[in-house]
Design a protein around this ligand. Structure first.
Ligand SMILES: CC(C)(COP(=O)(O)OP(=O)(O)OC[C@H]1O[C@@H](n2cnc3c(N)ncnc32)[C@H](O)[C@@H]1OP(=O)(O)O)[C@@H](O)C(=O)NCCC(=O)NCCS
Length: 150
């Protein structure tokens, strides 16, 4: 039987996270499409892990890391928004892990969640739709989806 868990990310995940971040498919779906250097990645990861407004997870299937999901808290005009980001390892895509990872994250965390998705990123669109997000509108070319979990 498959054992699927979400665990907190640590600095020991740095190499794996950088590999996924610099994958062509990941960069194509991101707002910043450039390659990230190891130094810049380590600085960003250290800061993110220390940030109390960032809940940063690794999904493991049978103890193997298959993906990552995190949120970033943004305060705007008295309103708190949590922007979500996710990546599944290139070799593990298309197996349902992304949809399940988001489902597990939403079971553990409450808040007003937002996801900005490129209109051609069909798998992410299906991921949010299958997790009861609704389309709010657009931010530039990105589609903005939201779901409130109480
Ligand atoms: C987006 C991503 C996390 C999806 O993870 P995944 O594990 O491959 O997704 P799933 O297997 O759960 O698939 C979700 C749905 O998309 C569909 N799907 C998967 N790949 C697809 C593709 N290339 N085109 C269209 N639909 C696709 C699946 O069939 C599934 O729909 P279904 O349940 O109706 O069959 C993964 O592709 C990824 O890491 N992409 C690069 C990073 C990225 O895009 N991050 C998000 C930025 S907003």
């Amino acid at each position: 039987m498959m054992n699927q868990v979400l665990r907190k990310a640590t600095l020991a995940d740095a190499g794996q996270l950088l590999e996924w971040r610099n994958d062509d498919g990941t960069r194509n779906n991101s707002n910043s499409t450039g390659l990230v250097s190891l130094d810049a990645h380590l600085a960003w990861l250290t800061k993110s892990l220390a940030d109390t407004g960032c809940r940063f997870y690794i999904m493991e299937v049978n103890k193997e890391a298959v993906g990552t999901i995190r949120d970033n808290l943004v305060q705007t005009e008295g309103c708190t928004k949590q922007y979500l980001s996710w990546t599944i390892a290139p070799v593990c895509r298309g197996k349902g892990y992304g949809t399940e990872m988001l489902h597990m994250f939403l079971k553990e965390n409450k808040g007003c969640f937002y996801a900005e998705i490129k209109p051609f990123n069909q798998s992410s669109i299906k991921m949010v739709e299958q997790n009861q997000f609704v389309l709010l509108g657009k931010a530039g070319e990105n589609l903005v989806y939201t779901r409130i979990v109480t």
